[in-house]
Design a protein. Structure first.
Length: 348
């Protein structure tokens, strides 16, 4: 398990001329001295972070601890603690990367594989860069749902409850709203069709206030969950592959990504940089794919057994990425109020 990580770091200097071999060696040495890394929003069950932490620990002696929280909460924590930082690195939805930079809570670091990352997926100065993408999917408990929905519109015809999560706070939930907007005639600028759909579900008494966590899913408290495909597939396989369907909505979905943020005031900055190096190396990208996340780097060759864990490409025919990032940023900021006014007001 350690060999790919060692190999990946060994070739990094040749991949990124701006990052000399001695600089990488200095980072590794300093990271070993720090010996610990505190992350937020990077739990073991999400995108196979578990193996990332295990490999960094076994290879470099870096002890790791995570506190799970939403993207908005991560940025707020960085900003509130400042020099009293208790977190070194976080993982947030792509829309939150520019927000973090605007708030001045991050420090830049370009990994050795920087040139392999598409321009649309990174900050020019290296404050953020997507490591993997996800597409909003439905996770359906077949024991509780007689007829599995295949589209957003078909959700309105069922009798089951739909679990979206903490809209306005969690990036996964926010992107669930955007995916529904894409499918129903909306856009990054116009979430109204999606808000109308969820408002109707609320009026029917079919919108659950639960979070689609693996614990709630395992307890049978989620009938139809709206999640990233990598979470849905992971949770399905962990609990019981035969019990769940995972479907990309046929009428539209959103493909988005997640980025690491290194805290401006990190107590273990070199350990955080080393983690980012690994996450964006070949080994790290394959590791994320083992957690059902699609790597951001297109030049990474996935082993056949890893490819087999992902959904067929045909399911993604109607999924599309965010193209108007500025509009989506503004809509994300307005979403908490709109959700209260257009959806939560109908909760019984």
């Amino acid at each position: 398990m350690n060999a790919p990580l060692v190999t990946a770091l060994a070739v990094m200097a040749s991949l990124q001329p701006a990052l000399a071999a001695n600089a990488l060696a200095d980072i590794e040495k300093a990271a070993r001295q720090e010996g610990q890394l505190y992350s937020i929003g990077m739990p073991d069950s999400w995108a196979n972070w578990k193996e990332t932490w295990q490999q960094l620990g076994s290879t470099y002696g870096i002890k790791h601890q995570d506190t799970d929280m939403s993207s908005a909460q991560e940025i707020a924590k960085f900003a509130a603690e400042k020099e009293n930082a208790t977190a070194d690195i976080g993982d947030v939805g792509g829309a939150f990367g520019p927000i973090a930079v605007q708030q001045g809570v991050t420090q830049p670091y370009k990994p050795s594989t920087w040139s392999d990352i598409p321009n649309w997926a990174k900050d020019a100065d290296g404050h953020w860069m997507l490591a993997y993408t996800g597409t909003i999917a439905f996770l359906i408990n077949k024991d509780l749902v007689k007829k599995s929905p295949t589209s957003w519109v078909s959700l309105l015809d069922g009798s089951y409850k739909v679990t979206l999560g903490d809209v306005g706070v969690a990036s996964q939930a926010n992107n669930g709203v955007l995916a529904a907007a894409f499918a129903t005639g909306g856009s990054e600028k116009n979430l109204t069709p999606a808000l109308d759909l969820f408002g109707k579900l609320a009026q029917q008494g079919r919108l659950s206030l639960n979070d689609p966590t693996i614990a709630n899913i395992e307890k049978g408290e989620v009938e139809v969950g709206v999640l990233w495909d990598f979470n849905a597939l992971n949770y399905r396989d962990q609990i019981d592959p035969k019990k769940f369907d995972v479907v990309i909505p046929s009428d539209g979905s959103v493909m988005a990504g997640y980025t690491t943020l290194i805290n401006k005031w990190a107590k273990n900055p070199n350990a955080a940089k080393l983690a980012r190096e690994y996450i964006l190396s070949d080994a790290g990208q394959i590791n994320l794919a083992r957690g059902y996340a699609r790597p951001i780097r297109s030049n990474v060759v996935l082993p056949d057994e890893v490819k087999a864990k992902l959904l067929p490409a045909g399911q993604y025919a109607s999924a599309k990425p965010v193209t108007d990032h500025a509009a989506w940023e503004q809509s994300s900021k307005a979403l908490p109020r709109q959700w209260q006014e257009r959806v939560m007001i109908h909760m019984q």
